[in-house]
Design a protein. Structure first.
Length: 268
């Protein structure tokens, strides 16, 4: 199930798609509550409870690893949560390119006041654990989990089929790559893409590609340069990956059933 919107520079332009996706994921918003939980969803808005200054982060980005079950990495150098209003509040973003901040910024936020972006790459990978199962907040710990749906808000998507979300199953195989709709205005547009698995698939990992380049160059879609940032992440409540022993027992049970049925059909 695909929930998609390419809007203008107002939150209202994509709000119906975001709300429909929230409804599909289910209530309540579980915040930082430890799991496992039987229903609801998780959301990350990068705003730090009203923070108005930037916050660089390393990769792996573990701020929401234990609390909300999202492990976030990039092949780049790290991540940045940052406002867009001024160089004083967003020095790291201004150092990358002064045109990214201030009233003429090509970006805008969906939930005030910060956006989220990888640095040194336009690739972001997200995997999942049961929230609360990694109290040391250390990558590689915690109970591995999957989700049934994932979505994200994007800003300043100008080109078709370059900003994408790719989903992966437990076996590492791709469940599909889905394109984010371009905005309807040249700058400060908002777009949303949400995906819900509706045939029993489980999403173990998500790869997000934002635009055609890492942050740094001027946004210039007519020359094929599309610089894109992200805002809110929304995803279904993480569910624990079945233990290998459970999978083996299920497989053996299935083989036994087939083996039992085959001779009967043969005799018949």
């Amino acid at each position: 199930m695909v929930f998609s919107a390419g809007g203008d520079d107002t939150t209202a332009s994509i709000q119906p798609a975001v709300d429909a996706f929230r409804l599909a994921l289910g209530d309540p918003v579980n915040g930082n509550a430890p799991g496992p939980l039987s229903s609801g969803r998780r959301e990350i808005n990068w705003d730090g409870g009203g923070a108005t200054t930037s916050a660089p982060g390393a990769t792996p980005f573990t701020v929401f690893f234990n609390s909300r079950g999202a492990g976030i990495t990039t092949p780049g150098t790290g991540f940045l949560q940052t406002p867009l209003d001024s160089a004083a509040n967003a020095p790291e973003l201004a150092d990358l390119n002064p045109s990214y901040v201030g009233p003429d910024s090509p970006f805008r936020t969906f939930s005030p006041v910060r956006i989220f972006t990888p640095l040194g790459s336009n690739i972001t990978d997200v995997s999942f654990i049961i929230p609360g199962s990694a109290p040391t907040n250390t990558p590689g710990t915690g109970t591995p989990a999957t989700v049934s749906g994932f979505g994200a808000v994007f800003s300043d998507v100008d080109l078709s089929d370059t900003t994408t979300i790719q989903l992966f199953g437990l076996d590492g195989g791709s469940l599909g790559t889905f394109s984010v709709a371009p905005g309807s205005v040249p700058d400060r547009s908002l777009s949303f893409l949400g995906l819900v698995a509706d045939a029993g698939e489980r999403i173990a990992r998500v790869r997000i590609t934002t635009g055609t380049t890492a942050l740094g160059p001027n946004d210039n879609p007519t020359a094929g340069v599309d610089v894109v940032v992200m805002d809110d992440f929304l995803y279904a409540e993480p569910r624990a990956v079945p233990e290998p022993s459970s999978l083996i027992l299920a497989a053996v049970a299935g083989i036994g059933a087939v083996g039992y049925g085959w001779p009967r059909r043969k005799r018949a």
